[in-house]
Design a binder for this molecule. Structure first.
Ligand code: ADP
Ligand code: MG
Length: 696
């Protein structure tokens, strides 16, 4: 009886336990890493590499370049250096001398070293007296008899407890050797050639076990390109789908409408605001939906630009909605509109969490019947079942708090609305390009006239008293201020308690002569409202709060800010916070208390002190942290990248984007049989997230 040959898919679906070296007990560990089938193992990419290309004897070490040393653990010493800090020193004996590996504040590494064990350290050696040292070197522990050929670059995989690096390496090696030949190539041969890409059969082994830096580079490029191309193709297909179906109302601004709207504005617009309004008016005059990002630094005056767009929609008999990320901000926007529209006939309403059910129902009815023109609300509330009669424009404030998917959830029949998204956190071009595809961008870079600058101080513990004396002096001059504490994750209750403690210690200490207010997450909307109103009116002089004031809150007389636990805030967040005190024509003062534990933390705070330019800070942040955290794919409802890195791979991204556009233009829907595999990959990865219809 002959057994029919297995298909490619069947072979790749072989369970991991059939790989040599994987006994039943190890299956469970692999499962924890998401490795069930051979296929999973093949595409389980290293998270890092150990560069052992320059292997040396200890006697031949030199200061400077990256080198690696093989030796035996001779001594391990963990020393406490006070205030929760420690130093781990591990002495390694080689054939020609000793080398000490040193780690700061990583006591748990202690467990990795056993006397007499063979290890490979790689790092940049430095001479300290008679001994060579490496600070925070990488370590590979070698099993008995395990050899690492000099010159290798070792993969470093994500691990789970119970599995060693060398074990996972061996399993991957097994899978790669046995199954690489089975894999299907995604790209046609001619495409690989013309785009200078390594075929999968060559790139996959090289990504796991590169033989040189160049091989690693070529292999990585192949996978990065593929990953970015698939995303760009998905976005291009999405655009194609929408382009043919989506229609928005034409809401053009004529001279009369324009003059009427501008007459409501209490100040001259800046050049940046004028330009943004011109961009928006041009978009809204078209029948394809506007999809524009308005990115202007904190305090650059985005609200009035948004108001222009909303009134433009209303002038044409359409509804407009403004979505804010928090209740406080929604209420503040509502207040601003109230002020500016006091003498206009625009029918407006607020839709926030605190609304009584009966009132809410009435508002819903008004929106559905079209008797309400302008709605301001939190996005949470607007996600509920609100049906619009004739929605022409959606404005989303502070986009970085949202995912793209939420944009699609406002309901109405018929035409699609125009979209305007506002953010004070500038989004690097690579990110807008890759994640938002065709988003248009307006970037006002000027700020309203007469803005004063904010001086920023990193206050040392010893200078606390001095800072509060200064703070008090300014309060006596009539100014107001914020005291901000970081959000703690545990719970609202703990947060409220820690805020109250802070409040008490200030009210009975350095600020006892002043009227203090408090806002926290355990308060009802009405209580928050009341606290904000009291602060806005000057009834309270100091507001003790969490980073809820981070976005948008606008009290021009508040020029002082103290930030506690500054190391716990991101750079963008710190900048947003500081933006609260540069609203008026008075100079601001920001004091940060911080105890940074990492290099990155220190750099972040230094950067924060050194400039108030939000764009500059965003660039620094992008460089320090990478785009992952700030603008990760995940935040936008897309699966995370597996190999690509938007910072490092910006060039490949450009290339992939161009190629994707050309491909889709030449073969709409990617229906050609040559593209069948690409299409399958696109659908598997992004079909659901991007709501792609099964093209072809
Ligand atoms: P953001 O861009 O941070 O949302 P806002 O729209 O809240 O900024 O504007 C900040 C402050 O600047 C508000 O008090 C607003 O009234 C004021 N403002 C905006 N544009 C101008 C302008 N052209 N001239 C003077 N003040 C302005
Ligand atoms: Mg704002």
């Amino acid at each position: 009886m002959s057994v029919p040959p297995k298909s490619v898919a069947q072979q790749l679906a072989t369970p991991v336990e059939f790989l040599k070296g994987v006994g039943p007990h190890r299956v469970e560990f692999l499962e924890r890493l998401g490795l069930r089938r051979v296929l999973d193992v093949l595409f389980f990419f290293p998270r890092d590499y150990e560069d052992l290309t320059d292997r040396r004897e200890i006697a031949d070490l030199e200061e400077g370049p990256l080198q690696s040393v093989l030796g035996v653990v001779d001594d391990v010493e963990l020393r406490n250096t006070g205030a929760g800090r420690c130093v781990l020193g591990v002495l390694i004996r080689g054939a020609t001398g000793h080398l000490r590996g040193i780690w700061f504040n990583q006591p748990f590494l202690r467990e990795r070293f056993v006397l007499g064990q063979r290890v490979l350290l790689s790092g940049k050696p430095k001479r300290n007296g008679l001994v060579w040292e490496m600070i925070h070197p990488k370590v590979a522990t070698l099993e008995d008899g395990e050899e690492v050929p000099p010159g290798s670059i070792l993969p470093v995989y994500p691990l789970t407890e119970g599995l060693q690096q060398w074990q996972i390496r061996r399993i991957v090696r097994e899978a790669v050797d046995a199954y690489t030949g089975v894999l299907d190539e995604v790209f046609p041969a001619a495409y690989l050639e013309s785009h200078d890409l390594w075929p999968l059969a060559r790139a996959l082994p090289a990504l796991h076990f590169p033989e040189s830096h160049d091989a690693l580079h070529r292999a990585r490029r192949r996978f990065v390109y593929q990953e970015l191309l698939i995303l760009q193709l998905a976005l291009a297909l999405k655009r194609q789908q929408q382009g043919s179906t989506r229609r928005a109302p034409c809401l053009a601004a004529d001279a009369k409408i324009d003059a009427r709207i501008r007459s409501l504005f209490p100040f001259e617009l800046t050049a940046g605001q004028q330009q943004a309004i011109a961009d928006i008016a041009a978009d809204m005059a078209r029948t394809t939906p506007m999809n524009r990002l308005l990115q202007g630094d904190v305090g650059s005056g985005k609200t009035i630009v948004a108001l222009y767009a909303m009134l433009l929609a209303v002038a044409h008999g359409y509804q407009a909605v403004l979505m804010a990320p928090t209740e406080i901000l929604a209420r503040q926007h509502a207040l601003t509109l109230e002020r500016l529209l006091a003498n206009s006939q625009v029918r407006r309403t607020q839709l926030t969490g605190g609304l009584l059910p009966s009132l809410r129902e009435a508002v819903h009815k008004g929106i559905a019947a079209g008797t309400i023109d302008l709605v301001v609300g939190t996005h949470a509330v607007l996600q509920e079942d609100v049906q619009f009669a004739k929605l022409g424009l959606v404005v989303i404030d502070e986009q970085h708090k949202f995912g793209v998917r939420q944009r699609a959830t406002l309901k109405q029949a018929g035409l699609d609305p125009h979209y305007l998204v506002m953010t004070a956190t500038p989004i690097p071009r690579t990110v807008t390009m890759s994640l938002f595809g065709d988003l248009d961008v307006s970037t006002p870079r000027d700020s309203p006239p007469g803005r004063q600058k904010v001086s920023t101080y990193l206050v040392r513990e010893a200078d606390r008293t001095k800072w509060w004396d200064f703070f008090s002096k300014k309060l006596r001059e009539g100014r107001q201020g914020y005291v901000v504490t970081p959000l703690v994750e545990e719970s609202d209750v703990i947060q409220a308690a820690s805020l109250e403690t802070m409040y008490e210690s200030l009210a009975n200490g350095p600020l006892e002569a002043f009227r203090l207010g408090l806002v926290h997450g355990r308060m009802t909307s009405d209580e928050k409202d009341a606290a904000m109103a009291a602060f806005r009116s000057g009834e309270t002089q100091v507001l003790v709060c969490t980073s809820v004031v981070e976005v948008g809150v606008d009290v021009p007389n508040a020029t002082l800010m103290a930030i506690e636990g500054g190391e716990r805030f991101g750079l963008a967040q710190l900048h947003q916070l500081r933006g609260r005190i540069s609203r008026g024509s008075l100079p601001g003062f920001c004091g940060v208390f911080a105890d940074p534990q990492t290099d990155e933390g220190t750099k972040r705070l230094k950067a924060f002190q050194s400039t108030t330019d939000g764009f500059r800070l965003a660039e620094i942040d992008f460089g320090l942290r990478g785009p992952g955290e700030l603008f990760g794919t995940r935040q936008h409802g897309l699966p995370p990248f597996r190999v690509a890195d938007l910072l490092r791979d910006a060039e490949v991204l450009e290339e992939a984007r161009r190629d994707a556009q050309a491909l889709v233009a030449a073969d709409p829907g990617l229906a050609h049989p040559d593209h069948a595999r690409l299409r399958r990959q696109i659908l598997a990865r992004y079909g659901q997230a991007l709501d792609l219809a099964d093209v072809g």
